[in-house]
Design a protein around this ligand. Structure first.
Ligand code: T4K
Length: 383
């Protein structure tokens, strides 16, 4: 459908002006050159070089956490976090996430046990966790989906009672705070992603946030093949290290992240205002955070809306707006998971419904006000 044929009065963008769900925020190239020059001079490209160490310290300070180990990406960080705590058996997790969450369990030979999500936050529903615990359960892996905090207190209480470890997949939760400070301080470990599509990106990258120096040391060994020194290998570790070029870029990006989040906040507010009175469109609310990062703008297309979620998805595409259905399909519907008893849709009614209703609208710092208005107009005027 072309916009000329559409009843919606919106300006048709040029073919090369497609608006994607996100676009990486990048510091000016000129500011990066001095970092590159230093790397070219030193010839230190990787293996915990100076930029790597500086970025770990800078992120601890920015995020308000004690210890942090950088990784080449968030998925390797998740896989290693499970290794660091020697997790085995069964782990309770959410089906409503990016597939890397559950894949990290399979890579460790762990059985994922899917539990349904809360209808308001779309995060793991603590009320449903206890019923899924078996003698094989060793841990819970919740996700702060879209950067909205899980019910960390309720999860902690269950973990304490059943002696379970908690590893948060905090890939979306960079910089998010609650009344008690950084959200990343909850659980035994939290895992971040610095992928190109994230609020803070290092091209590819990730990190594990941990509470004590001993755990960080174990994680540092695990991400470097298990090497302690030239002669000592203490574990079958992996190569999960972040390179100097990514770390240097991260240091520069950190100087610009506050302005990026401020712009995201403005876009989030614009969408909420423009979509407030649109029947059948529900914007997902914050979940008790005192500082948000506005990582995503998910809307839920309810039955009162004049068209289905997929029809709206296609309508937006016809206007060169490439929204995304994060997270559809559910992880539990992919072939390597769907045979698990916990993957049954009857066990996951809230997640199943949310996956059919959700659409993430474009949200990134370079998105202009008039583009936000145009996207909201397409959603508001659809019929
Ligand atoms: N846990 C959770 C909860 C996660 O969401 C993720 C990653 C992970 C763990 C794993 O962390 P990492 O190992 O990735 O560090 C994207 C990302 O690839 C993935 O990192 C992210 N979650 C997931 C939610 O989204 P896709 O398949 O949607 O990406 P893609 O390539 O379609 O990118 C979306 C849009 O972004 C593109 O249409 C255009 C724009 N884009 C993307 C890239 C990569 C750019 O403008 N430039 C780029 O370089 O998965």
């Amino acid at each position: 459908m072309s916009s000329a044929a559409s009843p919606i009065r919106v300006v048709s963008p040029e073919a090369d002006e497609r608006i994607f769900v996100t676009q990486p925020h990048m510091a000016p190239l000129s500011e990066f050159i001095p970092y590159l020059e230093k790397i070219w001079d030193s010839k230190v490209l990787t293996n915990r070089g100076p930029f790597h160490r500086q970025l770990e310290d800078a992120l601890c300070e920015y995020l308000g956490v004690e210890h942090l180990a950088l990784f080449a990406n968030g998925t390797l960080a998740l896989v290693t976090a499970l290794q660091a705590l020697r997790i085995t058996g069964e782990v309770i997790t959410t089906p409503y996430s990016f597939v890397a969450t559950a894949h990290s369990l399979l890579w460790n030979g762990i059985k994922p046990v899917f539990v349904d999500v809360d209808p308001n936050t779309l995060n793991l529903d603590p009320k449903k966790i206890e019923a899924a615990i078996t003698p094989q359960t060793t841990a819970i892996m919740p996700v702060h989906c879209y950067g909205h905090p899980c019910d960390v207190e309720a999860i902690r209480q269950i973990a304490d009672i059943y002696n379970l470890r908690v590893i948060y997949d905090a890939a979306h939760a960079f910089g998010v705070k609650t009344e008690s400070g950084s959200l990343l301080r909850h659980g035994d470990l939290s895992v971040l992603s610095f992928h190109a599509t994230k609020v803070f990106n290092t091209f590819e990258g990730g990190a594990i946030v941990c509470p004590d120096a001993k755990t960080k040391q174990r994680i540092d060994h695990l991400k470097n093949f298990g090497y302690v020194d030239e002669l000592t290998v203490v574990a079958p570790g992996i190569n999960g290290k972040m390179s100097e070029i990514n770390a240097a870029f991260g240091l520069l990006q950190l100087q610009h992240v506050d302005e990026a989040i401020a712009r995201r906040k403005r876009i989030d507010a614009m969408y909420r205002e423009l979509l407030r009175d649109v029947q059948g469109i529900r914007c997902l609310d914050a979940a008790g955070e005192t500082a948000s990062n506005y990582a995503y703008f998910p809307i839920l297309i309810e039955s009162e809306y004049p068209m289905s979620r997929d029809a709206l998805f296609e309508l937006l595409r016809s206007h060169e707006v490439i929204a995304r259905r994060y997270f559809y399909p559910l992880i539990s519907d992919f072939p390597m998971y769907r045979g698990l008893p916990s993957a049954s849709r009857d066990n996951l009614p809230v997640a199943t419904e949310a996956a059919l209703k959700v659409l993430c609208l474009p949200l990134y710092p370079a998105l202009r006000d008039e583009q936000v208005e145009r996207i909201a107009a397409i959603v508001a005027q659809a019929q």
